[in-house]
Design a protein around this ligand. Structure first.
Ligand code: BYC
Length: 348
């Protein structure tokens, strides 16, 4: 029988934007001590923490922060590629792109649902996003200048997402880990569609090959930045690893991505824009240059090329959708009232 929290009220009202703070000193209360022990033992056995289980406030806050940022990224991430749906060069490319962008919306919804299991409120999370109190992935603050960008986003951005998210299928929080299984399957399809599009363009004209190379040059470094700051500057990694929310550090996953991508670039016939990139026999990995960490900081803090546009668009969509939410709530209230009345009549 899993231990339940003796006092859930503070955990039910997380401050999703708050940094991970250590939890207060262990409680003297024996029920609380048993709950803490159960939490630690569950992690040690590599079992999942479920919404009904007691969890430290810091664990809950960290999850809400990461899952909300992840959900926001999926939803904001619809914009750069969505801009190309009406300009796709064929009906086939349009249908594929539409399906991909719809998948991203679905990922956002699974993730908001996972955040709700932690007591977060979806409306509140969206407001925090549009007010700039919560983050979303830096990668979506760059413009998509040609149709080759659609292919490169699929190949590099979804490729980076797969590297980052496959280990999250083993994250210690059940609803997050389970959501990741489907998300990763769909991301694999996205990555393949991107690579297939690029392969087609590389077999095309010289102008098409140049478009692909130009897109690779612009997206390579931002893709490496998706994995977050270097480990030495990552305030959240150590605790998130101890809680088994994250299973690898930012630098480990970045390395894995580089190693996976280099042979794909060779096969495609493009050059990755890093003069320091080379195989290191001794390490058994590729060495690569240092991303511009000042640029990452700037983009994360709202100073990227498209931050203002992305958030404004999200705000407008949220406001334009208010009538749908109101209508859905009114319909649900009417249905609830009908079944309440039907229940009363049956009982009479
Ligand atoms: N961008 O201590 P750190 C997709 C923040 S969408 C912005 O290392 P953590 C797709 C970080 O939040 C997939 N912010 O943090 C969709 C923290 O700030 P706070 C998106 C970043 O959490 C559409 C601070 O910097 N994927 O695939 O341990 C179309 C210090 O960082 C970034 C996810 O969301 C960044 N790149 O590790 C196509 C994956 N990096 O919150 C594709 C889930 C760091 O303390 N998230 N920050 O104020 C994660 O795996 C982790 O949260 C991160 C960061 C690896 C991103």
């Amino acid at each position: 029988m899993p231990a339940r929290t003796p006092d859930r009220t503070d955990g039910r009202t997380p401050a999703p934007g708050a940094a991970t703070a250590p939890d207060p000193a262990p409680a003297q209360d024996p029920a609380r001590a048993a709950a803490e022990e159960h939490f630690e033992a569950t992690l040690a056995r590599e079992q999942r923490i479920e919404p009904r289980d007691w969890m430290p406030d810091g664990y809950r806050r960290t999850l809400v922060r990461q899952i909300a940022q992840h959900a926001h990224s999926e939803i904001i991430g619809m914009q750069p590629e969505g801009a190309w749906i009406t300009r796709a060069p064929s009906l086939r490319r349009k249908a594929v792109l539409l399906a991909k962008v719809q998948d991203e919306a679905g990922h956002g919804l699974y993730l908001y649902s996972a955040a709700e299991t932690l007591g977060a409120d979806r409306q509140d999370l969206t407001e925090r996003l549009v007010d700039g109190r919560q983050k979303y992935s830096s990668i979506f603050n760059y413009p998509t200048l040609s149709f080759a960008d659609v292919g490169v986003i699929g190949w590099l951005v979804d490729g980076a997402a797969i590297c980052n998210q496959v280990p999250l299928c083993r994250s210690s929080y059940g609803p997050y880990a389970r959501a990741m299984v489907r998300v990763c399957k769909e991301e694999s399809f996205h990555q393949r569609q991107g690579y297939e599009l690029l392969m087609t363009m590389m077999r095309g004209t010289q102008a098409q090959r140049e478009m692909v190379q130009d897109a690779v040059d612009r997206w390579w470094w931002p893709s490496l930045m998706m994995f977050g700051p270097p480990d030495a500057d990552s305030p959240n990694t150590a605790q998130s690893m101890a809680w088994r929310i994250k299973r690898h550090t930012n630098d480990e996953l970045r390395q894995r991505f580089v190693d996976m991508t280099v042979p794909q670039a060779e096969k495609l016939g493009v050059t990755l824009p890093d003069p320091e990139l080379r195989w290191n026999e001794e390490r058994g990995h590729h060495d690569f240059g240092t991303p511009d960490w000042d640029e990452l900081k700037r983009v994360i803090s709202g100073g990227g090329p498209c931050n203002a546009e992305r958030v404004e668009r999200r705000r407008a969509a949220h406001e334009d959708g208010a009538w749908v939410r109101e209508a859905a709530a009114a319909h649900a209230a009417k249905q609830a009232e009908r079944s309440r009345r039907a229940g009363k009549e049956q009982a009479a």
